[in-house]
Ligand binder design. Structure first.
Ligand code: FAD
Length: 422
């Protein structure tokens, strides 16, 4: 092959833009196909418009997927410090809020703008309003290895990065069509499911709890086995539970439900009292001081009133007796609920409501050092299209930057011994 290697990037979100920049700065002639009329639309809505673009805590437990070691290998190639350095060179400095990193401007638009400007500066051709409808791997001797067909044109490339996102938040452009393109080239898709979402619960009392916010530990159990836990402010909605700690555990609940398991949530409503006998002692002390109160008043100051009423009702405690009149069993029932407020999970949010998807292209069919397909040489993957999802806190974007950069750099074919073919 003579001349510059032609790299096609499908998808102009976080991972596709980073892949295009990496490929261009490694000498490739890059064309990026984006079905929207603008690139980076999803970036604009991240972090409530401020874009939590990564996190100082890069513990690998924040990255999930069928092959947990996969993300580690990719982050080892292009991790946090490389990302921060690359953004600095684009003019984006960051500020930390408890380790959560945001652009100094506090505007997600500045991240999207900086990526777009950098891509344009490096000569990336942005083919906007172009949806790849089909992707073909061409036989040898055709002068190109890939052909992406759009409504009005067929784009050719010597390598292709598929960075079409997931099925989450389709209003931003990621409609799940990337999965079909990967599948058409023989790749296995782990069923995409909504992740980072609220959870719907069976019980009727949520109608009365709606609007409450309480610090709690949320545990998810499937068929009695604990799958995940997180602590933070839980929000009660008319259908169930929401808030950051619920988002963090939601992918485990939704996947277990999809596997036909019985999924239960347990909320520790006084998560500070974890020592042996600490909760019991706390309540005994409270009874000594205020046992003369009626049950509702007894819980005043500890829980919001709506929650107190719900606890008393679920524990079967009459509202007419004083708290000091409860027998051991009655108090025991109340404490059991405070320690583990059980709820049956019946579903997550829709793809429209979810921030990301779990599932995607099976990472067992991708080389983690290069993001190149193990089935189709010259085909690379990046971002949410792959079966990796991150926790809340900047991990999904970090995955997009890391996988995008690694894919783009190798698609440019200038990294000898690491999958690039020139
Ligand atoms: C409300 C919200 C808030 C979030 N906040 C954060 C946060 O603060 N921090 C964080 O780390 N993560 C956050 N995320 C998640 C993060 O935004 C995504 O994980 C990340 O943007 C995924 O990047 P991507 O490039 O893989 O996919 P996308 O950004 O979805 O990009 C894919 C692009 O491909 C295009 N496309 C799709 N199919 C085709 C096709 N066939 N042809 C051409 N183009 C196509 C789409 O239009 C889209 O522009 C948030 C997500 C949402 C929805």
């Amino acid at each position: 092959m003579t001349g510059k290697r032609r790299v096609l990037v499908i998808g102009g979100g976080a991972s596709g833009l980073m892949a295009a920049i990496a490929a261009a700065e490694h000498g490739a002639k890059v064309t990026l196909l984006e079905r929207n009329r603008q690139v980076g639309k999803k970036i604009l809505v991240t972090g409530n418009g401020r874009c939590n673009l990564t996190n100082l805590d890069q513990n690998l437990s924040h990255y999930r997927g069928g092959e947990p070691g996969f993300a580690a290998a990719v982050l080892g190639e292009f991790g946090l410090s490389e990302t921060l350095d690359r953004f600095k060179r684009m003019g984006v400095h960051t500020r930390s809020r408890n380790g959560y990193l945001y652009p100094y401007s506090d505007q997600a638009s500045s991240v999207a703008d900086a990526l777009r400007m950098e891509a344009e500066h490096l000569g990336v051709k942005l083919a906007l309003g172009n949806q790849a409808l089909a992707l073909e791997a061409l036989p040898e001797g055709k002068g190109a290895r890939f052909a992406a067909r759009t409504e009005g044109w067929t784009y050719e490339g010597d390598a292709c990065v598929l960075a079409a996102g997931s099925a989450a938040a389709p209003a931003t452009g990621s409609d799940g069509s990337g999965y079909a393109l990967a599948q058409s080239l023989g790749h296995r898709i782990i069923k995409p499911l909504p992740a980072l979402t609220a959870l719907r619960c069976r019980e009727a009392f949520y109608g009365r709890l709606a609007g409450l916010r309480m610090e709690a530990v949320v545990r998810i159990l499937a068929d009695g086995k604990e799958l995940a836990l997180d602590r933070g402010e839980v929000q009660f909605t008319k259908n169930g539970i929401s808030g950051i700690p619920v988002f963090q555990v939601s992918r485990f609940a939704v996947r277990a439900l999809d596997e036909g398991k019985k999924v239960e949530g347990r909320l520790d409503l006084l998560p500070g009292l974890t020592g042996k006998g600490e909760l019991e002692e706390f309540f005994q002390d409270r009874l000594r001081q205020g046992g003369w109160k009626g049950p509702r008043q007894f819980l005043t100051g500890l829980f919001p009133e709506k929650m107190s009423l719900c606890l008393l009702e679920r524990a079967g405690l009459s509202k007419d007796r004083k708290a000091e009149e409860w027998d051991e069993k009655e108090l025991g029932r109340l404490l059991l609920l405070v320690r583990g407020f059980r709820t049956e999970i019946i579903g997550g949010g829709s793809f429209e409501q979810a921030q990301v998807c779990s599932g995607g292209v099976d990472s067992a069919q991708i080389c983690p050092q290069t993001m190149e397909s193990l089935l189709v040489p010259g085909l690379y993957f990046a971002g949410e299209t792959v079966d990796i999802d991150g926790a809340c806190g900047g991990y999904n974007l970090q995955w997009a930057w890391s996988s995008g950069y690694v894919a783009g750099m190798h698609a440019a074919g200038t990294c000898p011994g690491k999958g690039g073919v020139l």
